[in-house]
Ligand binder design. Structure first.
Ligand code: B12
Ligand code: SF4
Length: 515
């Protein structure tokens, strides 16, 4: 019996075959699936043959998947997904896998969607195994159980199963303490030409190649609307992160790095060290990352800009202190304003993420949120106001269940249609008024955006019509401006040298000192 976690190194010889199915997102800007990439790399160390079937890149249908699976035999067929597209897409893919797989293969699910409501997801998908949280160690042990090693499936930490109609959930495993022990993602298993050319962000030239990487896992905070897959935050060694960037740059020409960390700036010393290494060891590159307003100031902004940061995604969330407090954001409106101003001074674009519809919100706070966007907009993204969705696993979802607004995950997934619709009314304002105000505000924000980028007003009108049809005619196919947020409908590339530095000091040898 294996008592401890299976080692992620080449000391194990497990053998066998595993397939990762990447579900379709029905869009062309596909993000490389880092989770499966990491798990595949760990399995390969244990001599497992791993393959990937990317429905997202090739827009394979479920019939294509069925035909593909019928000719193959795998020990595990693995699928990870987030909640929102579960009912509209992923569920059918799961049914297809379930129908085609014979008893010689196990169907394994994991990621944010499954981990937030395991029993519901196991019953809805018919999966044999559900992995909670981080997957690298668990999938290796599941594969060992499948291959007849001395380990029982139901005893593997973080595994959830249904046996005789009862849910059997093993205790959660501890998160991987040292992320540096993980191998690099198994990029070569995936269609890298597609993944490196499909993302087009603002301030990117058409020839630039963008690609994701992650330098931390987790977050220091627990905002009420956010489902945390695992608690706490872990940081990779900056040397290893830069080595990964170098490899992506030399092997695939990646020159725009998309840090997908939920919280990339954890401490001053950590970020300054990483930025210094980027400056020292990489050719000129661009990158974007997410940060909290509480860990952002002029010194960090200058260092970010100097290392190539062109865009920061910031969760401002709201312009109301009361709502910030209620959502447990641990930030102030003053810090929000200061962060937006600091980014503008430094010439770094910002993603102005504002949500509305939290307890404490009103039509007035919605209007103030829109004003905040207009005041600090640099037009790197088409920003509109989206009402909050209480995703399963988040404290807000639990509140909706306690209040009797939702009965559980099944009710959530029955009701969820579109993330621009307000699923649970936390504010007590009649829905008709909410949608009328949302419509007026979003119309104003869209026209403001297209006027400021000198954009195609017909595209703007199409978007406004889309919101109209969604709010008032129930056309839930509309997906908001997100499919248009490529670099075509955002501010023109400024070569990132339009920063207004306002006396901020540039380091010696700065790549931007000619500005
Ligand atoms: C890239 C990304 C996307 C991409 C997805 C493509 C992709 N390749 O993943 C796009 C842009 C499409 C996207 C969309 C959305 N996203 Co998103 N996204 C991310 C982001 C920034 C990075 C994902 C990533 O690569 N992580 C790094 C890898 C290493 O971690 P991982 O993917 O979680 O994988 C690990 C485990 O989850 C698990 N695992 C994953 N898959 C599988 C599969 C199996 C079989 C197993 C066993 C285990 C397993 O093991 C992996 C390794 O440890 C995360 C933030 C984050 N840092 O995770 C948000 C995040 C996942 N997204 C989030 C949200 C809310 C959304 C949207 C709902 C936003 C919206 N309102 O539209 C949509 C939903 C789209 C949908 N289809 O359902 C939330 C999820 C919250 C939740 N409760 O589900 C996150 C956490 C951001 C946040 N803090 O709010 N997103
Ligand atoms: S919303 Fe952002 S800051 Fe808040 S818990 Fe989630 S990742 Fe952390």
């Amino acid at each position: 019996m294996i008592k401890s976690t299976a080692p992620i190194n080449d000391s194990l010889d497990v053998g066998g075959r595993v397939l990762f199915v990447i579900p379709d997102n029905y869009q062309d800007d596909n993000v490389f699936p880092l989770g499966p990439g990491y798990m595949a790399a760990c399995l390969r160390l244990a001599n497992v043959q791993v393959e990937a079937y990317c429905m997202d890149v090739f827009h394979h249908s479920n019939d294509d998947l069925a035909a593909f699976l019928e000719g193959e035999s795998y020990d595990l067929v693995c699928l990870g997904y987030m909640g929102p597209r579960f009912k509209r897409g992923v569920q059918e893919t799961c049914k297809t896998i379930r129908r085609v797989l014979g008893p010689e293969s196990w169907f394994v699910i994991g990621g944010y969607g499954p981990s937030s409501c395991p029993e519901f997801m196991l019953r809805e998908t018919g999966a044999d195994v559900l992995v909670m949280g981080e997957g690298e160690e668990t999938i290796l042990e599941v594969m060992m159980a499948k291959r007849g090693h001395d380990i029982k499936l139901e005893e593997i930490q973080s595994v959830v199963l249904i046996r005789d109609d009862e849910v059997v959930a093993a205790p959660r495993r501890r998160t991987i303490k040292y992320l540096n022990t993980l191998p690099m993602p198994a990029w070569d298993l995936f269609p890298m030409d597609s993944y490196t050319s499909s993302l087009k962000f603002a301030r990117m030239a058409d020839t630039d190649k963008a690609f994701p990487l992650i330098s931390t896992r987790g977050c220091t905070d627990k905002c009420s609307f956010c489902f945390r897959l695992d608690s706490g935050i872990r940081v990779r060694k900056p040397e290893q992160v830069v080595a990964e960037m170098k490899e992506l740059n030399t092997r695939w020409g990646v020159n725009y790095f998309y840090f997908v960390d939920e919280l990339a700036i954890v401490s001053r010393s950590q970020i300054l060290k990483l930025l210094a290494l980027i400056r020292e060891q990489l050719p000129p590159i661009k990158f974007r990352m997410d940060c909290r307003v509480t860990m952002f100031d002029d010194e960090i902004a200058v260092a970010l800009k100097d290392a190539g940061c062109v865009f920061l995604n910031i969760g401002f969330e709201t312009s109301s202190q009361e709502v910030l407090d209620q959502m447990n954001k641990r930030a102030t409106v003053e810090q929000n304003v200061a962060a937006a101003e600091t980014a503008r001074r430094a010439g770094i674009g910002i993603g102005i993420n504002m949500i509305w519809g939290m307890p404490g919100d009103s039509l007035d706070t919605m209007r103030r949120n829109a004003e905040f966007i207009k005041r600090f907009n640099q037009y790197d993204q088409i920003r509109t106001i989206r009402p909050i969705t209480p995703y399963p696993g988040s404290p807000l979802f639990n509140m909706a269940v306690q209040n009797g607004d939702l009965s559980g995950p099944e009710d959530f997934y029955d009701k969820f249609r579109n993330s621009d619709l307000y699923m649970v009314n936390f504010v007590g304002v009649p829905e008709t008024e909410i949608y009328q105000t949302l419509y007026e505000i979003n119309k104003d924000l869209i026209y403001d955006h297209f006027r400021n980028i000198d954009g195609d007003m017909e595209v703007a009108e199409g978007l406004v019509q889309g919101f109209h049809d969604l709010y008032f005619r129930g056309d839930t196919e509309f997906r908001g401006p997100r499919l248009l947020t490529t670099n075509k409908h955002v501010r023109a590339d400024s070569a990132t040298t339009q920063g207004i530095w306002d006396g901020l000091e540039l380091k010696e040898g700065s790549r931007l000192s000619g500005m």
